[in-house]
Design a binder for this molecule. Structure first.
Ligand code: EPU
Length: 309
């Protein structure tokens, strides 16, 4: 059943709008319009929204920083819950151990810069990773230097019944770019990261090591990070490159000439362009190497599962 923006409880009008364009909220700059767009300003409003939608039998999408996401063209009928306003941060320091409690909408860059300023060690691998805490946790974002789950001591979610639940980091089953929360009904509201007091020089050294690995990646252009996950023991970028994908294009969607696992929006690429390019490249790798690549990017507003061949 589709909840109409007009059928929302009156109090929701303070944090919901109809027909919100989504493309500006993604790093690719691609996507249509959300029929119903909710930006809860705190955990209570988020819980109310989740409970209301669940009671109406309505599914919903959660949108964070839009940095690893392909949103379909046209109208996105399923309501979108935007986490940007859940961006509070609370720091506790106890004998050199730092606990950083962050709202799920908190920008990763902000917590990266804060830890760099304070010489806190533990989040150096975030250098250059865009997005929000919630989005990064949903994809267990990271680099070869580490992934976000390794630093998380607890995660707080709102469950389908609108009730918050605190999960201990150790009890959660994370994997390579895989989160225990994906596919479920939980919405992440905040997370606590555990860091250590260090020295600025040492933190900077680790940050520079991460940044030097990123030199092979396109910068200052519209991408969504790596499109495909790395298959076990291989690099998707290398396979895409060897299969001749660099420079392939569909409309305004182009495979980067610098790193083949980054696809650029060079103008007015549509989701249809990006989808076709993704499919074309997945097929090339399969035809050349017999390897079936898996999407790393998340999708919104497409038929599930997203067809790759
Ligand atoms: N390579 C090529 N051609 C390419 C791209 C890569 O030959 O077009 C080769 C490189 O020369 C290198 C190997 O493939 O020998 C691995 O490439 P790279 O070091 O760039 O790492 P990657 O496996 O492609 C992973 C993560 C990146 C992360 C980097 C650095 C995935 C899917 N990608 O890339 O994460 O920044 O390591 O740590 O896990 C992301 O997940 O969105 C992402 C950007």
């Amino acid at each position: 059943m589709l909840v109409s923006p007009r059928s929302l409880p009156e109090r929701f009008s303070a944090f919901s709008v109809p027909d919100r364009p989504l493309a500006p909220l993604t790093t690719w700059g691609i996507g249509g319009v959300a029929r119903l767009f909710l930006t809860p300003r705190n955990e209570t409003e988020l819980a109310e929204a989740v409970l209301f939608l669940e009671n109406e039998g309505e599914r919903f999408h959660v949108l964070g920083g839009g940095s690893n996401l392909l949103i379909n063209d046209g109208t996105i009928e399923t309501p979108v819950l935007y986490t940007a306003a859940l961006n509070k941060i609370h720091v506790t320091v106890e004998s050199g151990e730092i606990s950083l409690a962050c709202g799920s909408g908190m920008n990763l860059k902000k917590i990266f810069v804060l830890s760099l300023d304070e010489a806190w060690s533990g989040l150096e691998f975030l250098a250059g990773i865009p997005g929000t805490v919630g989005g990064a946790l949903m994809g267990n974002a990271g680099t070869k230097e580490g992934a976000i789950a390794e630093r998380v001591t607890s995660v707080r979610t709102i469950e389908a019944d609108g009730v918050p639940h605190d999960w201990s980091g150790n009890d959660l089953d994370w994997g390579y770019r895989r989160s225990p929360f994906s596919g479920g009904a939980s919405v992440i509201t905040s997370a606590v990261f555990s860091l250590k007091q260090s020295e600025r020089g040492q933190v900077l050294e680790r940050v520079n090591r991460v940044l030097s690995m990123r030199k092979s990646q396109p910068c200052g252009v519209k991408t969504a990070g790596c499109v495909f996950k790395n298959p076990q023991g291989e690099s998707a970028g290398r396979l895409l490159d060897r299969a001749g994908c660099k420079g392939l294009s569909v409309g305004g969607a182009v495979v980067s000439g610098q790193h083949a696992n980054f696809f650029e929006n060079r103008g007015n690429a549509t989701a249809k362009d990006m989808t076709e390019l993704t499919r074309m490249c997945g097929k090339r790798v399969y035809d050349t190497f017999g390897v079936e690549l898996e999407l790393e990017i998340k999708t919104m507003g497409f038929e599930e599962p997203f067809p790759l061949r």
